[in-house]
Design a protein around this ligand. Structure first.
Ligand code: FAD
Length: 367
């Protein structure tokens, strides 16, 4: 069968190929691990090669900025924003600049069933739903045409997501020559977990506790720190509305290292040259370099890689404190600026056990 990718390790699942295909011969379909991959309908394919010519994996560094970034520590001025953000609230400050200019913002939201997909926000209330990290690969399929439509209407657009999603959007928008008003905001990305394991984990929680009303992967109930972010998963149920903790999904992701997408081990975006105009993450270890910057509600690390990014940061100054910092601090604290994740040798066995016995048994054995 014809494939856009050589093997699953070489596909980010960004969906740019499916959008760029001039005869719509490519559809994104989930595999047995729940990750989306392009499937070519050979009856319709005209062999134009546009899918692989634009694929972020195939063209490697093509979508990265050529400029080396400038490094910043940043923190939102509002305590309420810090509480409701994963790190230092940089996303809120940057997206507010775009919203204030009547632009629109795209980011990862929970659907009604808590699956994760990208959504468009045109005001602060809609944008607030995009706040905080959802550690599941988000479906960006619908964003491509919406972003194209917004840019054609002359709106400014801020897209936020993983570096590979940013590369997919950039590929599509460049192919339409519409990049002028597009701001790209990529994340430091540890790796991206399986939507299928997430759905099974949700079902497990619902069976045990009843319907879920709220989820937070990055609760600030514990002080913001790298070790605490592994224990920060909270949820609420219809039954009692009290915050409950179950960190087993986070453990599978961050400690066991068994549920990430296969391509994450081959990720080409784990370096200092970035796809985004601005890259956002956690300023882990800031207390070692400048204790005055530490805040138990979080501090952001920003990399600014283009003039667009610089303009956006300058305009966010009313909302956010920021200060230029040394590149070495970020390199020391962020492994994903140096190399991709190395999968655990347990990954293969995890998926065999999962296919044979299901997630519930694996979770029960983790207790
Ligand atoms: C899968 C994943 C891995 C990450 N790995 C690292 C890491 O190794 N090191 C590090 O420092 N930071 C990492 N981050 C980024 C960090 O967790 C924060 O998202 C980032 O610092 C932004 O925080 P904030 O306070 O500025 O904004 P917030 O208001 O918390 O905004 C969160 C931003 O993340 C985006 N987002 C949330 N979930 C997803 C998703 N599933 N897919 C795509 N985009 C999403 C939203 O659209 C929004 O722009 C990761 C985030 C994700 C989603």
């Amino acid at each position: 069968m014809k494939q856009v990718f050589e093997s699953k390790e070489y596909c980010y699942g960004c969906g740019a190929c499916a959008k760029i295909c001039p005869v719509q011969a490519i559809k994104m379909k989930a595999d047995e691990e729940g990750f989306l991959y392009p499937q070519i309908d050979e009856k319709h394919c005209i062999d134009c090669g546009k899918c692989s010519e634009s694929c972020p994996f195939v063209v490697r560094n093509h979508y990265k900025n050529t400029k080396q970034p400038t490094y910043y520590a940043a923190k939102h001025r509002s305590e309420d924003v810090l509480v409701h953000s994963a790190s230092g609230g940089a996303f809120t400050a940057l997206s507010d600049v775009v919203l204030a200019e009547e632009g629109v913002v795209y980011g990862a939201d929970f659907d009604q069933d808590f699956s994760v997909c990208h959504r468009r926000a045109q005001n602060a209330a809609e944008r607030n739903r995009l706040r905080t990290s959802k550690y599941v690969q988000s479906d960006i399929t619908d964003s491509y045409r919406q972003i194209e439509h917004d840019l054609l209407q002359g709106k400014s657009v801020l897209f936020s997501g993983t570096p590979c999603q940013n590369a997919g959007i950039k590929a599509y928008i460049l192919s339409k020559n519409l990049e002028k008003n597009l701001y790209l905001c990529d994340l430091f990305c540890h790796s991206i977990p399986s939507p299928r394991i997430w759905q099974d984990f949700l079902q497990f929680l619902i069976q045990k506790h009843g319907a879920i009303t709220a989820i937070n992967f990055r609760s600030k109930n514990l002080p913001w720190s790298r070790p605490n972010c592994r224990k920060a998963f909270y949820f609420q149920t219809v039954a009692d509305q009290k915050e409950r903790v179950d960190n087993r999904f986070l453990r599978l992701f961050l400690e066991e290292g068994v549920i990430a997408r296969p391509c994450c081990e081959h990720c080409q975006f784990t370096d200092t040259k970035r796809v985004g105009d601005i890259t956002i993450g956690d300023y882990w270890g800031i207390e070692k370099y400048d204790v005055n910057w530490y805040d138990p509600l979080g501090v952001s690390l920003l990399l600014v890689s283009s003039e667009k990014g610089e303009r956006l940061l300058e305009k966010s100054a009313e909302q956010m404190f920021y200060e230029q910092r040394a590149k070495q601090e970020a390199l020391a604290e962020q492994p994903r600026l140096r190399e991709p994740i190395k999968f655990s040798p347990k990954r293969e066995k995890f998926w065999q056990d999962y296919q044979q016995c299901g997630l519930e048994q694996i979770l029960n054995e983790m207790k």
